[in-house]
Write a protein that binds this ligand. Structure first.
Ligand code: SF4
Length: 371
């Protein structure tokens, strides 16, 4: 998919109003059940020639995820995108809705903003849990009122099953990547296109990919690595990882595996569903109540997948990841796992050669110790 016209076509084909969800982990099933086509605004760089509209309002030392989604919404090049959902995922995203609403409305666009608040002290105890269930109920009521559609358990269950299917396909494809049968770069592209199209279209794409014969039968001498970070590396670096003889055996990318690991069972209470969704979510530094689980979770993932090295793809100016990583890095090194830290910024796609060189050197280091 290239350019806004292709994106616009994909969005128009769903026949549903589009709600643009800020990353990281929005309640997609709820929007789908209420008749929306929810998309998640990850990885918009390929659609944007610059961030000139954003740069008038947002500091240049914000992460590229926040700057690109701001540009996407302010530049207004995609028709029919007038609803936005956000929650308190991180400080960068928390500060954008006022900027966006003021400037979108100022440009004559009637954008609706929906949100809820996820209590970061956790959802297990009575107060946090009850408060959050109230937040989910409030969001569902706002959607009912604005869309003139009553919430239905049956529709919600159908939507849950669609997202469960999509997340299950991701698990299958990541397993193929781990076996060296599917290129990580190809898989990452399919994931990111899937964030921007209706779930039904994403399922079709993933099913086609899953039906393809293995494109790259396993070779001897591949070194197994884990990728960790908010976003996958740019395509050029994903290709460099594969060229260097590294296979992505474990995936801790927020826009990929962290987004897809867990789909709860629906017991008839949408509030309970989202309490389960967030409280048992794949650990992520943006969900503060899961932060204590991160080190153990990553160490287990590395061990279970026979990982020899970890490549940390740092999103420049994302303090959530950067504050945590020194601690995680120490634990990996204590376990004999090598670590490569890369920093990717908004301009780095144009200047990847130094990063490619570091990936090659890292592969040589792993190779010098044998598979
Ligand atoms: S990259 Fe980090 S700072 Fe940026 S939106 Fe994601 S979590 Fe927030």
């Amino acid at each position: 998919m290239k350019g806004f016209d292709a994106l616009e076509r994909a969005l128009g084909e769903s026949g549903r109003p589009v709600v643009c969800c800020f990353p990281l982990y929005p309640p997609l099933e709820l929007f789908h059940a209420m008749g929306f086509n929810p998309i998640v605004l990850w990885g918009l760089k390929p659609f944007l020639a610059s961030t000139s509209a954003c740069d008038k309002h947002v500091q240049t030392f914000a992460c590229s995820v926040g700057r690109h989604l701001t540009e996407f919404l302010l530049s207004g090049d995609v028709a029919g995108v007038d609803s936005v959902f956000f929650y308190n995922a991180c400080d960068t995203l928390r500060n954008l809705p006022e900027i966006l609403s003021r400037n979108m409305i100022g440009a004559g666009r009637q954008a609706k903003f929906y949100h809820f608040h996820v209590p970061m002290q956790g959802l297990g105890a009575g107060v946090g849990r009850d408060y959050f269930k109230g937040e989910v109920g409030r969001l569902a009521s706002s959607l009912e009122k604005d869309c003139h559609v009553a919430f239905s358990n049956r529709n919600f269950q159908d939507s849950v099953e669609k997202y469960r299917k999509m997340r299950g396909l991701h698990a299958v494809l990541q397993e193929r990547v781990a076996r060296g049968q599917l290129g990580f770069g190809r898989y990452a592209r399919a994931v990111h296109e899937g964030h921007l199209v209706p779930v039904e279209a994403a399922i079709d794409t993933l099913q086609s990919l899953a039906r393809e014969p293995p494109s790259n039968p396993r070779r001897e001498g591949l070194h197994r690595v884990m990728l960790s970070g908010i976003m996958p590396p740019p395509p050029e670096l994903s290709d460099a990882i594969e060229r260097a003889g590294l296979v992505v055996a474990a995936n801790d990318i927020a826009s990929m595996h962290r987004s897809f690991r867990h789909t709860p069972r629906f017991n008839g209470d949408v509030g309970d569903y989202y309490v389960d969704f967030y409280s048992r979510h794949c650990p992520c530094p943006t969900l503060l109540f899961t932060a204590d689980q991160r080190a153990g979770y990553l160490a287990d993932m590395a061990k279970d997948n026979g990982v020899e090295g970890v490549i940390f793809v740092g999103e420049k100016f994302c303090e959530y990841e950067y504050l945590e990583f020194p601690h995680i890095e120490k634990i990996f090194k204590q376990n004999g796992i090598h670590v490569l830290s890369l920093e990717v910024s908004i301009d780095d796609r144009d200047n990847v050669a130094p990063l490619e060189g570091r990936i090659e050197a890292f592969a040589e280091l792993l190779g010098s110790e044998g598979p």
